[in-house]
Ligand binder design. Structure first.
Ligand code: PLP
Length: 399
């Protein structure tokens, strides 16, 4: 019999790690991964995570299923971290929240919820460019995906006017996805004043804001500062939904710890929304994994561990900021005539270098420097040990 899969086409590779792995150059540099590395280029487990994990293990909890919406001590604390202790929706108990399979899972639950219940057009507008997975997640959720202007390649900065114009031109009541901080892939964020204007445009259009917050604390080193946009929208009376990831800010990547929440109008509405989220999640994966959520819960709820963690988040953010400065400094020392100020003005894990696909190819083939073709480099992969060689490679490629 003919195989059922005889007509399944070969898909393109989803990651660049393969080419990096195949390179035998001992000085090869991997700037493609979206994970923090220490100054030796090694994966980093936060000491607060080790301590929290020890507490979890020593408490000899059972391994019974969590409820459909996860570990309640975790979700409660996650909402507090995002919305803040003074948040009206939190105080009024009108935020529906569920644990999720990290940020990606939160986006997918959000996509599915909007597809099922959003009363307006089921179209979501995402920035150009956006995290590559946004398009796929929302399309697979059954939403139509459209774009709004975001990045200006001439200034290597925000196309603020284009963004606001596009928001104003969207049909009334459109769904708009916003990166809460540390925009991926560009590292370009609106300023607080610009966020105020963006909130106004969203409100004017009666649009529905969906915040993706994958880097809270990772951008500035301050979890409150990084939550500015979300909290400002709420102060303005908007009621967004939110995807949270603890992959980056707690370094819990593979533990898949996240949350999806919906700000509701009332406690009664929250109950109805909550009931439907459960109905959505049940056939997807029944209930989420517990170990990582317990770790995150310890960190968020134990005051001493919380303080330690906030210090460690700041250390990670600071190392990245230092590497940005060092890369720029090294390029200037080499005599590069290009303006590299965007490297230090951008924020978060990634720098959008402005290098073209051909230049990225040369970086890989001739210099064993691997990153995505759009010119995005993971600053977390830069160390005091490789920054000089990296700057030389970029200098050679850009002249
Ligand atoms: N959203 C953005 C913008 C991201 O950059 C990422 C990770 O790279 C995610 C969401 C989700 O990541 P995870 O599913 O690992 O939490």
């Amino acid at each position: 019999a003919v195989s059922a899969w005889a007509k399944v086409p070969q898909g393109p590779p989803v990651s660049i790690t393969e080419a990096y792995k195949a390179d035998s150059n001992p000085e090869k540099i991997n700037l493609g991964v979206g994970a923090y590395r220490d100054d030796k280029g090694k994966p980093f487990v936060l000491p607060s995570v080790r301590a929290a994990e020890k507490k979890v293990v020593e408490s000899t909890l059972d391994k019974e299923y969590a409820g459909i919406t996860g570990v309640p001590t975790f979700t409660k604390a996650a909402a507090l971290l995002a919305y803040g202790p003074d948040s009206a929706p939190i105080k009024e108990d009108r935020v529906a929240i569920t644990q999720s399979i990290s940020g990606t899972g939160a986006l997918r639950i959000g996509g599915a919820f909007l597809e099922r219940f959003y009363p307006g057009a089921k179209t979501i507008y995402i920035p150009t460019p956006s995290w590559a997975n946004h398009n796929a997640v929302f399309k697979d959720s059954g939403l139509k995906v459209e774009k709004y202007r975001y990045y200006n390649k001439d200034t290597i900065g925000l196309d603020f006017d284009g963004m606001v114009a596009d928001i104003k031109a969207m049909p009334k009541g459109s769904i708009i996805l916003l990166h809460a901080c540390a925009h991926n892939p560009t590292g370009v964020d609106p300023t607080e004043e610009q966020w105020v204007a963006i909130a106004e445009a969203v409100k004017e259009g009666d649009h529905y804001p969906f915040f993706d917050m994958a880097y809270q604390g990772f951008a500035s080193g301050d979890t409150n500062k990084d939550a500015f946009a979300l909290r400002h929208f709420i102060k303005e009376g908007l009621r967004p939904c939110l995807s949270q990831s603890f992959a980056k800010n707690m370094g819990l990547y593979g533990e898949r710890v996240g949350a999806f929440s919906v700000v509701c109008e009332s406690g009664e509405e929250k109950k109805r929304v909550d009931s439907q989220i459960k109905i959505l999640v049940r056939p997807l994966y029944s209930n989420p994994p517990i170990h990582g959520a317990r770790i995150a819960s310890e960190i968020l709820n134990d005051p001493a561990l919380n303080k330690q963690w906030l210090g460690e988040v700041k250390d990670m953010a600071d190392r990245i900021i230092t590497m940005r400065a060092l890369l720029k400094e090294n390029l200037e020392k080499l005599g590069s005539k290009h303006d590299w100020s965007h490297i230090t003005s951008q924020i978060g894990m990634f720098a959008y270098t402005g290098l073209k696909a051909e230049q990225m190819d040369v970086l890989a083939k001739e210099h064993s420097v691997y990153a995505t073709k759009d010119g995005r480099i993971s600053v977390a992969g830069i160390t005091t040990g490789n920054v000089k060689r990296l700057a030389e490679a970029i200098y050679k490629v850009t002249g």
